[in-house]
Design a protein around this ligand. Structure first.
Ligand code: ADP
Length: 500
């Protein structure tokens, strides 16, 4: 945003990345490689601005090399018995748990999230490897009954092939394992492009994959700078040896990748932006609703695609809800360096993220929203923003129209259930939606009518390894995690036996 005043970094540098798992090269075909032109890009601690390390800046050439390595490895990995694939994934999981503290430190250093949340992410991330080590052995086909006496029919499940995987910075570890666990369990091999802000988690996972004995070429990582992402993305989405693309990130980038994938008709999974409504009905238990709102909105400083983005609160309890939420925010939220004890709100990832929060607040206030809490950059320094609560928000304001991806809770008042559903469903995206009600008939009605892929009923945190994650409308295509996630990496092949 032009004219914005950038605060200086004020945090002392408490970040230290554990050296044992710190890698700065690409991981291709089981080896650590520099980029061919020796280019690198810096990874910064968002809390202090300190450069953590310079990482290999891969281009199309390294990316093609990685795809070729993955294609070669696929020829043997697809035939590795599922029990062996399962054992290897389990070893990878065990190593993640063994190294959970170091892995969490890496997340806090490159992403900024508080240590407790980073540890939570590692448990969640490792959980996908554990889950898919179990699911690897449960890939079933079907025997199908046909009307012809002399025929028998089968449906076989086979791995799709090489998968290109592009991940975001907000869950630097879990967004990788959620995809890679399913892919490897299915018998696919992968080329991973992590986000430029957070490549260190992806590379630490590569080191552990290596130690676990995952064969060379099965898991490849090509980090690159933002500048090179389009060229690398083009190779990942158009290379003839790539069969599948799985992306988590913004809807805008997802559309670019979908267009690229269209030319060679590749399979795609897209987990894109959300604009989650969080509806509080008159019948809600207000204490629970406020606690759920706090957890749902401010985890990872609001930087998750399932974060509540619009609070729709029924007229009768609007004032009481705003009061309770603002009291909880004052008591529970502490802004600071994620490495420091008691901090719940780390920095936002970068300047662009801060600008967006600021823009949404200024727009809302200029149109009549009331600032209940926060509303300005935090004294903690550059990239930190005060948790903010706005009331009197209308559907015309920017924060009610697009995803903020930051610590802003805007409250919109509504009258009837119909009105709340209409506002909630007016978005062209539909990832998560939440509501609080104690009326069973209303619970069924609203759960069924919300146009989203995931619904939290009287619950603000819904992600779980065992349950399907994904959206409808422009929030994406496909599901991750759960028993459904592995289908994204499997083809169904029909085999007809005749003349019997
Ligand atoms: P954000 O704006 O929050 O960084 P993006 O969707 O742009 O969200 O980024 C998510 C991931 O997509 C990152 O790994 C990023 O490098 C990658 N990315 C961004 N643009 C492209 C592109 N044109 N081609 C391939 N990957 C891209």
């Amino acid at each position: 945003m032009s004219g914005i005043l950038r605060l200086p970094y004020r945090m002392a540098s408490t970040s230290s990345v554990p050296a044992a798992l710190l890698r700065s090269a690409a991981y291709v075909g089981g080896s650590w490689l520099q980029s061919s032109d020796s280019a690198t890009f810096p990874v910064l601690d968002p809390a202090t601005g300190t450069e953590l390390v310079k990482v290999a800046d891969c281009g199309p050439r390294e990316c093609r090399e990685a795809v070729n390595a993955a294609a070669k490895a696929f020829q043997s990995w697809k035939d590795v018995p599922s029990k062996e694939r399962s054992i290897l994934l389990r070893k990878w999981y065990d190593l993640m748990i063994q190294h959970k503290d170091e892995l969490a430190r890496i997340i806090t250093a490159e992403n900024g999230k508080p240590t407790k949340e980073a540890l939570g992410e590692i448990a969640y991330a490792a959980g996908f490897l554990e889950w898919y080590s179990e699911e690897a052995r449960r890939i079933y086909g079907d025997v199908i009954s046909v009307p012809m006496k002399d025929r028998r029919a089968l449906a076989l499940k086979q791995p799709v092939g090489v998968a290109s995987i592009i991940t975001p910075w907000n869950f630097p570890s879990a967004m990788i394992t959620r995809k890679v666990g399913a892919a490897l369990a299915a018998g696919c091999t992968v080329v991973m492009k992590p986000a430029e802000d957070t490549p260190l988690s992806a590379l630490a996972l590569a080191e552990l994959a290596h130690q676990a004995g995952i064969p060379a070429g099965v898991y490849n990582v090509v980090p690159c700078s933002r500048e090179k992402a389009p060229a690398v993305g083009e190779v990942l989405c158009t290379h003839p040896s790539v069969a599948k693309i799985s992306f988590t990130g913004s809807t805008a980038t997802g559309k670019i990748l979908l267009r690229l994938a269209a030319d060679s008709v590749k399979r795609v999974s897209m987990e894109l932006g959300g604009h989650a409504p969080f509806i509080v009905f008159d019948s809600a238990d207000l204490d629970k609703a406020a606690a759920g709102a706090l957890a749902c909105k401010f985890r990872n400083s609001g930087q998750t695609c399932v974060s509540a983005n619009r609070f729709l609160v029924q007229k009768g309890i609007q004032d009481a809800f705003v009061k309770k939420l603002s009291a909880l925010m004052a008591k529970e939220l502490h802004v600071g360096n994620g490495f420091d004890e008691g901090v719940t709100q780390g920095p936002l990832i970068n300047d662009r993220a801060v600008d967006k929060v600021e823009r949404h607040i200024k727009d809302a206030v200029s149109q009549g929203a009331r600032l209940v809490a926060g509303g300005k950059p935090s004294d903690a320094g550059r990239n930190f923003y005060e948790p903010t609560l706005l009331s009197n928000v209308t559907t015309q304001m920017l924060c009610a129209k697009e995803e903020t991806f930051g610590p802003l809770a805007p409250v919109i008042e509504f009258d009837t259930e119909e009105e709340a559903i209409a506002i909630a469903n007016s978005a062209n995206v539909g990832l998560a939606g939440y509501f609080y009600s104690q009326d069973p008939a209303q619970i069924w009605r609203v759960a069924e009518r919300l146009e989203v892929g995931m619904v939290g009923v009287n619950e603000g945190l819904l992600s779980s390894v065992e349950c399907p994650f994904g959206g409808v409308k422009q929030s994406g295509i496909g599901r991750e995690g759960s028993k459904y996630g592995i289908d994204e990496y499997l083809e169904v092949k029909y085999v007809c036996f005749g003349g019997l």
